[in-house]
Write a protein that binds this ligand. Structure first.
Ligand SMILES: [Zn+2]
Length: 252
């Protein structure tokens, strides 16, 4: 586990976790704590890995997102999205096709997966609402971060705090010029501050700016570049590889 922490609430009941490659049973190239069922790994190994994470965290089965690279958000366990009990088994029956989820439900961990994209956990622990978002280059322009904040506010959130997980850094994320310029235009903070003539996208900076624009208090950035750190999964480095998770939940 890269990081296990609290976003407050009575008795620090809003908890979150970020995983790494460490632990788990998956073989190369998914070694070893791959949590995605959609990357070609043995589903039995992924299921075992998910159990290991949930057991380590002491939480009930989670809703696991599959990355869509868009701006969609599902509200889970209330009026929209997945009814409690259907998609929260060991292997998801019908995960919502979105890149973020929010819930006011206690005891329901929300999990998002990535390799290079930023994962963000969000909560208003006083109101008791939590969310998780997956945001890479398309998510920045599609607005998955502001959409997640809006969905939390619809559930009553007033004062939202966030933790941003590790992602690919600007130095490692050069893209074609047109692609970079489109993202810079939509999210100016995603343009690397050091202008060295390269066309790169700064996902962590873009995510941070979008959170700040929404008056979200980023209480922590989990350090690390996914491409540079061999303890983390990186799609850009390895192509065929596993996925790490961010989980957030109300313990009660
Ligand atoms: Zn890097």
């Amino acid at each position: 586990m890269l990081e296990l922490g609290s976003l407050g609430g009575p008795g620090n009941c809003v908890r979150y976790a970020f995983t790494t490659r460490a632990g788990g049973v998956s073989a190369a190239p998914y070694a070893s704590l791959n949590l995605s069922l959609d990357v070609g790994d043995d589903p039995a190994d992924v299921t075992t890995n998910r159990h290991l994470v949930l057991e380590r965290l002491g939480v009930p089965p989670a809703v696991w997102l599959t990355a869509q690279h868009g701006g969609g958000v599902a509200t889970i366990g209330t009026t929209v999205g997945v009814p409690i009990g259907t998609a929260i088994g060991t292997v998801q029956a019908d995960p919502p096709a979105v890149d973020a989820m929010v819930t006011a439900q206690a005891g329901l961990p929300l999990a998002a997966l990535s390799a290079d994209c930023a994962l963000v956990v969000l909560a208003d622990s006083d109101v008791g609402v939590v969310g998780v978002a997956h945001c890479g280059r398309p998510g920045l322009t599609a607005g998955v971060i502001p959409n997640s904040v809006a969905a939390l506010r619809e559930l009553g959130a007033m004062s939202i705090r966030a933790v941003v997980g590790p992602a690919i850094c600007a130095s490692c994320y050069e893209v074609p010029r047109e692609m970079a310029e489109a993202v810079w235009s939509a999210v100016p903070a995603s343009r690397p501050r050091r202008d060295d003539g390269r066309f790169a996208i700064d996902i962590p900076a873009g995510v941070s700016a979008q959170l700040a624009d929404e008056d979200v208090d980023v209480v922590r950035h989990v350090a690390g570049c996914t491409l540079e750190d061999p303890a983390l999964f990186s799609y850009r480095r390895d192509r065929v590889t596993g996925r790490m998770a961010a989980l957030v939940w109300r313990a009660r």
